[in-house]
Design a protein around this ligand. Structure first.
Ligand SMILES: NC(=O)c1ccc[n+]([C@@H]2O[C@H](COP(=O)([O-])OP(=O)(O)OC[C@H]3O[C@@H](n4cnc5c(N)ncnc54)[C@H](OP(=O)(O)O)[C@@H]3O)[C@@H](O)[C@H]2O)c1
Length: 364
């Protein structure tokens, strides 16, 4: 008899919908794990669908389709208005519950719900980086009991966090993690290398929907900084987001511009980036936007920005939007352990979450 595991999911957007699909499509592997994953609550930003025993598969599918058409769960036939995730966990949680966060909500919005869940012995599976890149005290609280999975926060479905855990659990000494964690920035740096102007490639990426609506949300490097911080904290560092030496792809005075002004003045950035690219190329090196994470007993350093890498560096071979992460350690000292592949996309991100859910289910 399979053990029921109850799921409360925040968010039914791109990743959330893909996860519901994968949960419904993996009944056989769940049975092999001796579990039966049952959704008891699905929430979007102002509504929810709930059922104490389990939402039926047909209801989950219809909710997902409803969201794809732009609907709000509050207006679904079986939905209701809610804007209190903690209350949702309070009323729908029961022994053997996993709370899943597929939102990009602010830490203050989700943290009270997470705290309650952990105090009740539930587990957490997160695709949302923000609560993990918030204050160190919150990280400590969320990770203290080991009842959290956050594979999808770095590299989406790529096994980045699990590989790091395996290195640490087997007592390897990780000396450096280096990587490119943004498909959008990978595309832009690749275009720069091919001689396309920075402004033209930003405009193209924006037109194709590859950037956030305000491209500065990508160009700031903040999302990469959050991932670097999550890696550093997993390595045991006590650091805040403000400790990341972050270099955005635009100067500080461009931060205060309106979106329209920023887009209108984009061409002003071309000479700066072209000069950097030329200088690096003349040295026979490569310019990549990435992160370098070093955590030591005494000092740690987290650098995020344009990195100059030589031809030996695995990042040199990176082209286009793939993510690439290299782990340098005592055992992988001659050549690093490298993971490379698509680091975004609904299905791969959802599979990172599902892997966490299957693993966490074994310990509930
Ligand atoms: N997409 C990727 O390739 C990818 C890869 C790695 C990690 N991630 C991370 O995964 C998360 C989700 O990404 P996504 O692309 O699926 O975003 P999305 O399509 O915008 O979906 C976000 C969902 O969260 C819901 N939401 C927002 N605030 C909420 C709140 N306070 N309570 C409950 N639900 C709330 C939204 O509700 P409404 O529908 O009502 O707005 C929406 O359903 C993000 O943190 C992202 O950084 C995404």
């Amino acid at each position: 008899m399979a053990t029921p595991i109850f799921l409360i999911q925040f968010g039914l957007g791109t990743v959330g919908q893909a996860l519901t699909e994968q949960v419904l499509a993996t009944r056989e592997s769940q049975a092999r794990y001796g579990i039966d994953l049952r959704y008891v609550a699905l929430a979007d930003s102002d509504g929810a669908l709930v059922s104490e025993r389990a939402l039926e598969d047909g209801v989950i599918q219809s909710a997902s389709r409803f969201k794809q058409r732009g609907g709000r769960l509050a207006e679904h036939d079986l939905g209701y208005y809610q804007d209190n995730l903690k209350a949702l966990v309070d009323t729908m949680g029961q022994p053997r519950t996993i709370v899943i966060d597929t939102t990009a909500a602010a830490p203050d919005t989700v943290f009270p719900a997470f705290e309650l869940a952990l105090s009740r012995g539930y587990a957490l599976a997160l695709a949302n980086k923000k609560p993990l890149a918030d204050a160190q005290a919150r990280w400590d609280h969320l990770t203290a009991g080991g009842r959290i999975g956050y594979e999808a926060t770095v590299g989406a479905g790529l096994p980045v966090i699990s590989t790091l855990r395996y290195l640490l659990d087997t007592n390897d000494e990780v000396t450096k993690i280096e990587g490119a964690f943004s498909g959008t920035l990978g595309f832009l740096m690749g275009e720069l290398e091919c001689g396309t102007s920075f402004s033209a490639s930003v405009r193209e990426a924006k037109a194709r929907g590859w950037t956030e609506p305000d491209p500065r949300d990508d160009l700031s490097g903040l999302d990469v900084a959050r991932k670097a911080l999550i890696l550093a904290r997993t390595l045991g560092a006590t650091l805040e987001l403000a400790d990341v030496a972050l270099t955005p792809l635009y100067p500080a005075d461009f931060a205060a511009l309106s979106l329209d002004e920023f887009m209108a003045r984009l061409e002003e950035l071309d000479p700066l980036l072209a000069d950097q690219q030329r200088a690096v190329q003349e040295r026979g090196a490569f310019l990549r936007y990435g992160a370098s994470v070093k955590v030591g007993q005494e000092t740690s350093s987290l650098v995020v920005g344009p990195l100059t890498v030589d031809s030996e560096n695995p990042l040199a071979a990176l082209r286009g939007p793939d993510n690439l992460i290299s782990f340098h350690s005592a055992r992988y000292s001659a050549r690093p352990l490298v993971i490379r592949g698509p680091g975004a996309g609904a299905a791969v991100t959802a599979s990172g979450l599902l892997g966490d859910i299957l693993r966490l289910s074994q310990h509930l």
